[in-house]
Design a protein around this ligand. Sequence first.
Ligand code: DHB
Ligand code: MG
Length: 219
Amino acid sequence: MQSTPSAWSDADAYLADLLVGHDPHLEAALDAQREAGLPEIEVAPVGGKLLNLLVRISGARRVLEIGTLGGYSTIWMARAVGPEGRVVTVEAEADNAAIARTSIDAAGVGDRVDIRVGRGEDVLPTLEGGFDLVFIDADKESNTLYLDWAARLGHPGTVVVLDNIGRDGEIVRDDTTDPKVIGTREGLQMLGEDPRFDATALQTVGVKGWDGIALAVVV
Ligand code: DHB
Ligand code: MG
């Protein structure tokens, strides 16, 4: 078997079929997002399930998501927090938030999800802290700002997940001019140096190509 993007994708689909299965609400959320012309950059099905498991393994009841997009990952995490849990999700684009609202409500978890529309830098300072898990999946240029807020709005033991740390291996380029790669590198550097975090990162291949996540705990 050749290690090619199409082989990664086929293997990812195989794993998703075996371990994630099919879910009409999640698939409807993706259809709605696609029909509205939103970028198809949500987490992969196996990644959505990973977020769901991380919430359950950590026992998180208050989850903060930065970057709602169409609500796909939000639904995965809202299911995991349980009926008394809450997900606050921050979305800069009002049109995205409206699509997410409809999909999240249709999935039956609307009462657990509070969508805050606005740029992270404006919305995050207005939030009450105490989040048990923070998922950062927004504009990569602001990763350090979001990590700072994750630490401030979390507590010792808060789980932090930072999406898209692989970027086709471009992260090794210290001469890059791509603002997304620069933001990704700055986020990783912060996770390594800032004493508020203890972190690692895993590269992934699959339906999203070559990418990965960083996983951290607030110490
Ligand atoms: C991009 C953003 C994402 O959150 C993602 O998962 C993949 C790509 C991007 O902006 O390029
Ligand atoms: Mg992402």
